[in-house]
Write a protein that binds this ligand. Structure first.
Ligand code: TYM
Length: 329
């Protein structure tokens, strides 16, 4: 079986963008691949975190992976910080990554602008840790939203560079970017992606929002004065609503244009709100059920960390040998 790796940060409240852009595809692909789904808590501390909150969110995220339909018997679901090979490989790969390459990362530029008081070295080398995550498992495919595409490209560049110096070591991973939902925009500003860290809570639908909140946020979504439901760049707000609707229902934009032909934005917004709520309700009740089963989740955490470490260490040992570290005795 081919290998799939992906991860999410346990930072902030997860949004519909995280679900439609990533998690939903993870579930869809999980039967086809040998899968590793990581809660990337080490990436989270590139921005200052409250320790108790981080710990809580990391566990909630791991629980969410399972609630979304990933079976922890078949898929390896674990915390990055429980597998030390991530940090060890990241160090090595740091020495094969150029400052110039990292300087070009748009996410670094955005985050550095936002957290001007804490532009730390970890924030700068963040993509190298992400490359280590992926390359450790010899992943063939990495399902992500469009915003992570540049990080996948640098991962491939680092892997190719290493392979060309030391011979075949890493599998060169491909991004998997779904057709619908790869870039969900803010409901309040359709030029900006929907984000966990948006200050305006009406811009994002959070995965734990209840039905009323979801419908209210959809009703308030920013549209335009065209007054027709068309899927085109000139109407970014409407386009985003159609994208959300398609990602939730499996419909195509052309179907949606037909469905709402001659109808107003009010009807579209209501339909979108209901479709989103219908997606999230089962997820929320499954989270609530799993949260009560502490022993089960603890078991998943322990067993899967061991499994992940076993695979990761195989690659790490190979790399350590290639760069010239002394053999273990
Ligand atoms: P993160 O935690 O910001 O986001 C998790 C996933 O959600 C996707 N996503 C979106 N998709 C569509 N529309 C949106 N508005 C939206 N917002 C977020 C992201 O593309 C991502 O797939 N660096 C990564 C985490 C990471 C990782 C990895 C991913 C660390 N190591 C290895 C894959 C493989 C990140 O910060 O994602």
């Amino acid at each position: 079986k081919k290998v799939l790796f992906s991860g999410m940060q346990a930072t902030g409240n997860l949004t519909l963008g995280n679900y439609l852009g990533a998690l939903k595809n993870w579930v869809k692909l999980s039967d086809e691949y040998e899968c590793f789904y990581c809660v990337v808590d080490e990436h989270s501390i590139t921005v200052r975190q409250d320790p108790a909150t981080l710990r809580k969110r990391a566990r909630a995220l791991l629980t969410l992976y399972i609630a979304a339909g990933l079976d922890p018997e078949k898929n390896c679901i674990y915390y990055q910080s429980h597998v030390s090979a991530h940090a060890e490989l990241a160090w090595i790969l740091n020495c094969y990554t150029y400052m110039g390459e990292l300087n070009r990362m748009t996410q670094f530029k955005d985050k550095a602008a936002k957290h001007a008081d804490n532009i730390n070295a970890g924030l700068f080398t963040y993509p190298v840790l992400m490359a280590a995550d992926i390359l450790l498992f010899q992943a063939d495919v990495v399902p992500v939203g469009i915003d992570q595409k540049q990080h996948l490209e640098i991962t491939r560049d680092i892997a190719q560079r290493f392979n060309s110096i030391y011979g075949d070591t890493f599998t060169i991973p491909e991004p998997y970017i779904g057709k619908a939902g790869a870039k969900i925009m803010s409901l309040q500003n359709p030029e900006k992606k929907m984000s966990k860290s948006d200050e305006n809570p009406n811009g994002s639908i959070y995965l734990m929002d209840d039905t009323d909140t979801i419908i209210r946020k959809c009703k308030r979504a920013v549209t335009d004065s065209e007054g027709c439901v068309r899927y085109r760049d000139e109407q970014p707000g409407v386009k985003n609503l159609i994208d959300i609707y398609c990602a939730c229902t499996g419909k195509l934009p052309s179907d949606v244009e037909r469905e709402f032909d001659g109808k107003g934005y009010g009807e579209l917004k209501m339909a979108v709100g209901e479709a989103v709520a219908a997606q999230l309700a089962p997820l929320q009740s499954e989270v609530a059920r799993l949260e009560k089963d502490k022993a089960y989740i603890d078991g998943v955490i322990k067993n899967n960390a061991e499994k992940a470490a076993y695979f990761a260490n195989k690659t790490l040992r190979k790399v350590q040998r290639k760069v010239g570290f002394p053999d273990r005795i």
